[in-house]
Structure formats: C-alpha cells, structure tokens
Design a protein around this ligand. Structure first.
Ligand code: C2E
Ligand code: MG
Ligand code: MG
Ligand code: MG
Length: 279
C-alpha cells in the first residue's frame, strides 16, 4: 500500500483505485470459475399480453453467485465479461441453457418462446449463425421458439455487417428484437433496412413516462414507429398498474416487468407455468 511505504514515495495508484482493481480482478476470477464449472445460472422473466395476461414468452437472464452465495449484479459482471472477452463463452452457455429449458417447457405442453440477449461481440462473430443453427438442430428445437435480443448500439456498430447477420439469422428462422430501443443512436433509415421483428421499449422510458413528459413522448414515438413499420412491440420494466394501463392506451399490448413477475429460476418458472395452467 502506498501509505504504509512512507511519505516520500509517490504511488501511481490511489487506495481507491487499488481497491477497484482488486475487486475487478476477483470478479474476473469468479466469472472464469463460474463459466468453467458450468455454474452460471439462467433466470426467466415472463412476457405477457397486457390486455389478457396471456403468456407470450420469457426472457433468459444470466445470474451469478459469489463463493458466499451472494448474487452479483449482471450490470457488474456483463460489462466485465464484455471487456475480458468472456462474454462469448457466457453467451454460449446462456443460449444453450435457454434453448434446453424452452425444449423442456415444450415437452410439458407449454409452447413458450425464449428470448436470449446477444452481446455486441457475439453479434459481430461470423460463427454465431452456425452456433445457433447447430444448437437448434442438436436439440430439435424449432427456430421460431428462439428470439434474439440485440441492443440498438450493437446493431449500429457496423451497419453493413449487421444487415448480413440479420438476414442470415432470419433465414435460420429466429426472431429478432432490438433491445433497449431509444437509448442508442440508430438512424431511422437503417431501421428500415434491418430485418428485425420486435422493438423493445427500454425500461428507463417506461419507468419515467408518467412523471416526465419527454419520456412519454419517446414512448409514443417508438409505438407509432413500430406501428408504421409493422414491427411488434414490447415494453420492459413495467412496475405499476398505471404504467400498464397507459401502455395499453397508447397501443403497446405486450410487456414484462416486476408488476407481473421478477425473473424466475428455472424451477420457479416451471412452477409458474404449471400454476397458470391450472387457474
Ligand atoms: P435487458 O436485456 O434490457 O434486461 C432487462 C433487465 O431489466 C433485467 O435486468 C431485468 O431483470 C430487469 N427488469 C425486468 N423487469 C423490471 C422491472 O419491472 N423493474 C426493474 N427495475 N427492472 C426490471 P438484469 O437481469 O439485471 O440484466 C441487466 C442487463 O444485463 C440486461 O438488460 C442485459 O443487457 C444484460 N444481460 C443479462 N443477461 C445477459 C446475457 O445472458 N447475455 C448478455 N449479453 N447480456 C445479458
Ligand atoms: Mg434483453
Ligand atoms: Mg432491455
Ligand atoms: Mg435494459
């Protein structure tokens, strides 16, 4: 530590920065361990028809615990995985687990599509399409049951590559959603060229729309954009009835959020499916 080594010695690192580096390093080791021991977990959040409550799908979300059993936030380990290149392996594991789970739901008689988040680095990987088609073939899972969520910013990194990737994925039969829509900087002219199926309204807009006029206007604009381009819509982060009611009124009839359910472990999601079926 710089301080204990005496006042005459200058250090490049402040204690705070040093702590940060140590923490980051430990987190990276944990992530490596988790991935190599196949201990990454996947949780599933229901997507519902806001009007009827019908279950329309589930989003797969990565979950990781530390050695003490504490949950590490995805907002911490996902960016780290992206920076260290571990995201490719993380993404591969989530994709496999999610498709296996979806197949399991099918076998129980529930035809519920699963959505998987695809990071920018995965989306830029020319092998992604083969990875997906191989997996679908191996599991005998119909491609229409897999939806890929790609963020707006990932799509905009290299628009010509994006176009080719999207057409290959479409040809493979998967459904594609633009995640966090409205937070990036996509130009509308590209949106027209991209073969996507769904726009996901980012939760930041949903959560602020009843208290911030600007956010309300963004939600309205995204809804009318989706309608005029014949894209499906889903709103994320719905926490209260009033948000749900407003979204329905504005013309968005699909959503997910804590109001309906938090992301559930695979066991809890199965129980959720079975419980719903009997009510
Ligand atoms: P996202 O894909 O936009 O996922 C939605 C996030 O909103 C999830 O956070 C979900 O738990 C949270 N959420 C859902 N409903 C509500 C609500 O009503 N209120 C609030 N406050 N939050 C809600 P989570 O699971 O922490 O994931 C955060 C982000 O991490 C995801 O945002 C996604 O970008 C990334 N991520 C998670 N799993 C994966 C993965 O397997 N691969 C990749 N590439 N990214 C992932
Ligand atoms: Mg997502
Ligand atoms: Mg999102
Ligand atoms: Mg988000």
């Amino acid at each position: 530590k710089a301080k204990s080594e005496g006042r005459n010695r200058t250090s490049f690192f402040s204690d705070e920065l040093e702590q940060h580096i140590i923490h980051r390093h430990q987190l990276e080791l944990l992530l490596r361990d988790t991935l190599s021991n196949n201990q990454l977990q996947v949780y599933y959040q229901p997507k519902l028809c806001l009007e009827t409550g019908r279950l329309l799908g589930a989003e797969a979300l990565a979950r990781m615990q530390d050695h003490q059993g504490q949950w590490v936030s995805p907002s911490e380990f996902i960016p780290l995985a992206e920076e260290t290149g571990l995201i490719t392996e993380l993404g591969r594991q989530v994709l496999r687990q999610a498709c296996q789970e979806c197949l399991g739901w099918q076998r129980l008689g529930y035809h519920v599509p699963v959505s998987v988040n695809i990071a920018a680095a995965q989306f830029a990987d020319p092998l992604l399409v083969k990875q997906i088609t191989d997996l679908l073939t191996e599991l005998q899972l119909p491609a229409q049951l897999l939806e890929l969520e790609v963020t707006e910013s990932a799509l905009m990194l290299d628009v010509s590559k994006t176009q080719s990737m999207l057409s290959q994925l479409k040809a493979a039969g998967t459904c594609i959603a633009i995640d966090d829509f409205g937070t990036g900087y996509s130009s509308l002219s590209y949106l027209k060229k991209f073969q996507v199926d769904v726009l996901k309204i980012d939760k930041s807009f949903v959560q602020e729309m009843l208290i911030d006029r600007g956010d309300m206007e963004i939600v309205k604009a995204v809804i009318s954009l989706a309608q005029s381009m014949h894209l499906q819509l889903i709103a994320e982060g719905i926490e209260i009835e009033a948000q749900k009611d407003m979204l329905i009124q504005l013309g968005c009839s699909v959503g997910q959020g804590y109001l309906f359910s938090k992301p559930l472990s695979k066991e809890d999601f199965k129980a959720y499916l079975q419980q719903r079926a009997t009510v």
